[in-house]
Design a protein around this ligand. Sequence first.
Ligand code: FES
Length: 67
Amino acid sequence: MSEKARIKVNDNGSLRITGEVELIDAEGNGFQTKKSFSLCRCGHSSNKPFCDGTHRKVGFESRPRAK
Ligand code: FES
């Protein structure tokens, strides 16, 4: 039985994905991923859809909280 995947919305940064998921592009082709990886949320990564840390350089700010 596979473990439930988790997506964490990091403050001022990426979406951290942990667990078994399939990441595909608009044509249905799969990206190679590790068991844990980060997706860009700021729109400035040079390696989209993955986060490359650029959010820190551009001063991305977003700290959403679940209510
Ligand atoms: S969230 Fe990290 S580069 Fe965009």
